[in-house]
Design a protein around this ligand. Structure first.
Ligand SMILES: [Zn+2]
Length: 474
């Protein structure tokens, strides 16, 4: 008997740690272990956010990593690729399939992640605020380099074999440069499963809209914004222009925590537009993240090359759309620290939820002063500093110390590069035939449940919200 199982070991009940084990093969009639088993992963993300979520990165992997035949990455965000070096450290030997642009961006993300972990571990050791006597990194730079050497770029629409008896292909996902939906087919039963990955929006300022899903027997769809509809973009841009202008006029600094890859580019394009329309004053804009700067170069190259993932307007405008004349690059820690002296400037720094990276130092320095403003422009997961600020916290804990929150906190949703509930439904229902199963993952519980209910009501199809670790026959 042939089988295909999906096991959702991350991105279930949470928006981070996305990892799905796919198994296919023949079950022994004797009830013995499966023979000729194909086993591979779709995404290999790191858990991020509060300590209890991050601690899941240290859980024993549910299968021996040395038995995993390959990994397919939907895109280069850390919550979809950041665990890969840990998998390598524990015996995984490749290959890793992904789109060509993802293969450009993943090395930037993984090297930065390895470096940040080394820094955070050294900091925790020095300050002694870790619960562990000798805090250890999840992986080192050598593990990241080995993982990078396993990347195998494949063009959209070109078939490949993630394991024996299974074919796969990638299509444009429209979420960040390189992001892909993933289609896998068990060739023996001719059964097809499509993974949405993180799904983009029709109005991404740089990218073209996501490709519709091909006909599938089962679809795995993300639900980050499964219970939300995005606000009108123009109204949000007015709010952003007003918040930046009043902060700069009172001599304050505007801090924008941003995912280093894609969100930084989308923000820069928006700031350029607001500047050109004279809706905000022209002040120095500092991109303070080596990773964001490296990502920016990949986007600039893609624009110069007229990459088909980009929309025609941005290709026509050229690299100036995101490469602003008043852009300053902070590459060294000294340049980064100098930005915290205050004054009228805009700082864009990672991570996007304020949970790690250089932005934590800026938050510590800038939050206590009411002249400053923090613009939250992306999804803020439960338990992260960004979420606490959104919920009106009067103080937040950074590096083991409480920091008073006096700066203005403004939420701007216009920059979401995730489809909202209606856009997710539109994407799903654009397939020509209905699947027999839909799995809703990659969302916080309430968001996943709300989307599942809407799909059931509007499409009359079986919908499952998998639990973390649940193994499901498809
Ligand atoms: Zn993503």
């Amino acid at each position: 008997m042939w089988f295909m199982f999906l096991t959702f070991i991350g991105g279930a009940g949470t928006v981070t740690g996305s990892k799905t084990i796919v198994e296919a093969g023949v079950l022994q009639d004797s009830g013995g272990p499966p023979a000729g088993q194909a086993i591979f992963l779709v995404d290999c993300g790191m858990f991020q956010g509060p300590r209890e979520v991050r601690s899941r990165n240290w859980d024993t992997f549910p299968v021996d990593p040395s038995t995993i035949q390959s990994v397919i990455l939907s895109h280069a965000h850390l919550d979809h690729c950041g665990y890969l070096p840990a998998l390598v450290r524990h015996g995984f030997a490749g290959p890793v399939h992904c789109s060509p642009n993802t293969a450009e961006l993943v090395p930037i993300i993984l090297r930065d992640s390895a470096r940040l972990q080394a820094e955070d571990t050294a900091w925790a050791r020095k300050k002694g605020f870790s619960r562990h006597a000798a805090p250890e990194s999840l992986y080192g730079i050598e593990d990241a380099e080995r993982a990078i050497s396993m990347l195998r770029p494949v063009e959209f629409g070109v078939g490949f074999h993630p394991a024996e008896g299974v074919t796969a292909s990638l299509a444009h996902g429209g979420h960040i440069l390189g992001s892909s939906t993933v289609t896998i087919t068990d060739t023996t039963r001719d059964r097809t499963v499509v993974f949405s990955g993180d799904l983009g929006r029709g109005n991404h300022p740089l990218l073209s809209p996501p490709a519709p899903p091909c006909d599938a027997d089962a679809i795995v769809v993300e639900s980050t914004y499964g219970n939300r509809e995005h606000d009108d973009v123009e109204a949000e841009m007015d709010e952003m222009a007003a918040a930046i202008t009043r902060t700069l006029k009172r001599g304050g600094t505007v801090l924008i925590p941003a995912f280093a890859v894609d969100r930084t580019e989308v923000l820069l394009a928006a700031l350029r537009g607001l500047q050109d329309q004279q809706r905000i004053p022209v002040v120095p804009i500092h991109v303070d993240s080596p990773m964001a700067l490296a990502g920016l170069r990949v986007y600039v190259t893609a624009i110069q090359n007229g990459d088909p993932e980009l929309n025609s307007a941005i290709v026509a405008e050229g690299p100036d759309a995101i490469d602003l004349p008043n852009l300053h690059e902070a590459t060294t820690p000294q340049q980064s620290m100098a930005l915290d002296q205050g004054g009228a400037r805009i700082i864009v720094s990672a991570s996007g939820m304020g949970s790690g990276g250089r932005v934590t130092h800026h938050l510590k320095a800038l939050l206590p002063d009411r002249d400053n403003a923090v613009l939250l422009v992306g999804f803020q997961a439960t338990g992260t500093p960004g979420r606490m600020l959104l919920e009106g916290a009067h103080e937040i804990k950074i590096h083991g110390k409480y920091v008073p929150v006096r700066a203005e906190i403004v939420e701007i949703e216009a920059f979401s590069v995730h489809a909202d509930a209606s856009e997710l439904i539109d994407w799903l229902t654009s397939c020509r035939s209905k699947p027999t199963q839909v799995f809703v993952n990659h969302g916080e519980e309430a968001a996943s449940r709300a989307l599942a209910n809407r799909i059931r009501e509007e499409w009359d199809v079986a919908v499952i919200v998998p639990q973390a670790g649940e193994r499901i026959y498809v």
